[in-house]
Design a protein around this ligand. Sequence first.
Ligand SMILES: [Zn+2]
Length: 254
Amino acid sequence: MTHYWYAVAAVFGLAAGSFLNVVVHRLPRGLSVVRPRSFCPRCRRPVSWRENVPVASWFALRARCAGCGARISARYPLVEAAGGALAVAASIRFGFTVDAAFAYAFLMALLAITLIDWDFRIIPDRISIPFIAAGLAWSFASPRLGFAESALGALAGGGGIFAIGEIYRLARKVEGMGGGDVKLMAMVGAFLGVRLVLPVVLIASLAGSIYGLALLRKGGGGKTAVAFGSFLAPAAAVCLFAGERLLSWYLGGF
Ligand SMILES: [Zn+2]
């Protein structure tokens, strides 16, 4: 019987992933995410429901617009598939509970932020600020996280990144981290609690450094701007699932 509910979660997640594609495309451009319905950016042909079935339509259309033949990026079906996979993962980890619904909303917000920061080097307040409030609200529904731990997490996450950014600015006279990263980490701290703030920042810094070094080896020049939010957000997703285990494994080493 539970298998049936996992299938429901997957279908819901695929649809949510499809909506996320719209959000990632329109929100940073200041466009409405509800109107008008999707259309081809080249020939403006509206996308019919048959051409808008998550993942399947991309294959059926062979990655091309039915009107003008413009290529449709593989990112669209990948984001839809990620939406489905994350819904199933959240159900496995948190069951079919209110807890899972909050966790899934958090994961989808992180996915949107990862893509938008990568594309535009911005983290929209319209995502991060409501989700700070959602994370604090979650602490009332969550059996694992108390309100104090959530509120402290928001303060430590936002405050920590703000402090690191100031040190960067003073020491190297460059803008290391923006206000978007501060609000993102306040949101992450509210959802994960104060204990997981440092693991998230460490994992993101490690991944960001490896990526930065790879860019340098390719000859990308000395000062390569890395969208840090695109590393913080996936690190937060990892810690939602594995953070406590990572923490006890690390602390157990002493
Ligand atoms: Zn077209």
